[in-house]
Design a protein around this ligand. Structure first.
Ligand code: ACO
Length: 371
């Protein structure tokens, strides 16, 4: 029997700095009334100069490992879903691997925009189902504030920064991730994109002048697409697990826009009290929005062991998808772990490895040969 992927740990991290709608109204021609009535958003968290996608991801990951009672070196795989990586390469997941000291894990990034966390969750779960790994860290982390054009009111009011992480562990009982749906339609890629900075349009004076290094979006078309696919993916994922919508205790949708969520639930005939919404405080944190909303649902007692929950999202690509999870909790007999120690140990380990690499090159003369 293939093992199931149980979610045994969860964590989130958001920057301290809060930007309200009134703060935004000082930057662009907008108002608190417009933003709230069109999106439901009241405020968002924005990374400071010292924070970045990796630093938020590390904090969320350590919190998740603490809940699961797992050491970083117990991890076999780290998948970091992000559209705002630290660099094009190395992968942000590798930076996280180094900073938490996950010495036995392979690490890679996954890009499916706001649907990324669902895709990453499913990939982590399938790796466990195949029997090739036992412990996986799945992260959704963003600092889209770095990619937003702060002079464009169509986009800058929507996004916020943050990170969320789940620990997945192999277990024999039929629980955890029960089904998933992943879909894409690249023909809509131009509806939401960041045109320059990749191999197609490398950075140049011209791309900077034309403001092509910022997010561009056709809001109305994305809205229409989103309301259609959110309901569709929810129905499909429930069907794939041989369940009905009545069996679902909670829906945690991607937190992009309150009106999109309401329209999707209306067409599914699901009442809002079975749905988690926290976008009023965080805005759209893209791939981080579902794990952040999940952490808050657990904290507020809305998601309990045994509940069946649907995660559903959409995003650039275009991409959309859903995952159906029977919620569990940490495995019994969880060890107490101290995350700040991991970080300290990882810092020393990383430094020692850098020094050893340099010494090795010097002693063996590779350094001079390479020159
Ligand atoms: N403040 C004031 N007015 C604004 C603002 C603003 N911040 N933004 C746009 N407007 C104006 C527009 O210019 C437009 O004016 P016009 O009619 O004179 O041209 C007017 O408001 C209405 O614009 P609409 O686009 O019709 O507004 P709508 O009700 O559709 O709301 C919104 C816009 C909020 C962007 C909505 O379309 C939406 O949420 N779309 C989905 C976006 C989304 O979810 N994106 C994230 C995808 S996930 C990912 O992968 C990152």
């Amino acid at each position: 029997m293939s093992p199931y992927a149980h979610i045994t740990g969860w964590g989130m991290a958001v920057p301290e700095r809060v930007m309200t709608n009134d703060d935004l109204a000082k930057l662009v021609d907008t108002s608190d009334e417009w933003i709230q009535s069109r999106t439901g958003i009241q405020q968002r968290h924005i990374a400071s100069d010292e924070e970045s996608t990796a630093s938020l991801a590390v904090q969320a990951s350590l919190n998740a490992l603490e809940v699961a009672g797992l050491h970083p070196n117990d991890l076999n795989l780290i998948i970091c879903s992000t559209s705002s990586p630290e660099h094009i390469f190395p992968a942000t997941a590798c930076l996280v691997q180094d900073r938490i000291g996950a010495t036995n894990a392979g690490a890679f990034d996954l890009l499916a925009a706001c649907t990324g966390f669902i895709f990453a969750l499913n990939m982590g779960a399938q790796a466990i189902r195949s029997g090739s790994v036992r412990n996986v860290l799945v992260i959704g982390a963003e600092t889209l504030s770095r990619l937003v054009d702060w002079t464009d009111r169509n986009t800058c009011v929507l996004f916020g920064d943050g990170a969320g992480a789940f620990v997945l562990q192999a277990g024999p009982q039929r629980s955890g991730v029960l089904s998933a749906v992943m879909r894409s339609d690249g023909s809509g890629g131009d509806l939401l994109n960041l045109p320059a900075g990749g191999s197609r349009l490398p950075a140049s004076e011209e791309t900077v002048k034309q403001r092509l290094h910022y997010i561009q979006m056709n809001g109305r078309e994305v809205f229409r697409f989103a309301t259609r696919v959110m309901a569709q993916a929810t129905e499909q994922v429930v069907q794939a697990a041989n369940l009905t919508l009545q069996d679902i205790d909670l829906i945690v949708p991607h937190q992009a826009n309150q009106r999109i969520i309401e329209a999707s639930l209306r067409s599914l005939k699901i009442s809002m009290d079975r749905c988690v919404i926290n976008l009023e405080r965080y805005g759209n944190t893209s791939t981080a929005s579902i794990p952040i909303a999940t952490c808050e649902a657990i904290q507020n007692g809305r998601l309990k062991a045994g509940d069946k929950v649907v995660f559903v999202g959409f995003g650039a690509g275009l991409t959309w998808g859903a995952a159906l999870v029977q919620w569990g909790g940490p495995f019994p007999g969880v060890r107490q772990v101290l995350p700040f120690r991991f970080r300290l140990y990882a810092r020393f380990r990383s430094l020692a490895r850098r020094i050893l690499r340099r010494l090795d090159a010097l002693v063996l003369g590779r350094y001079r040969e390479d020159l």
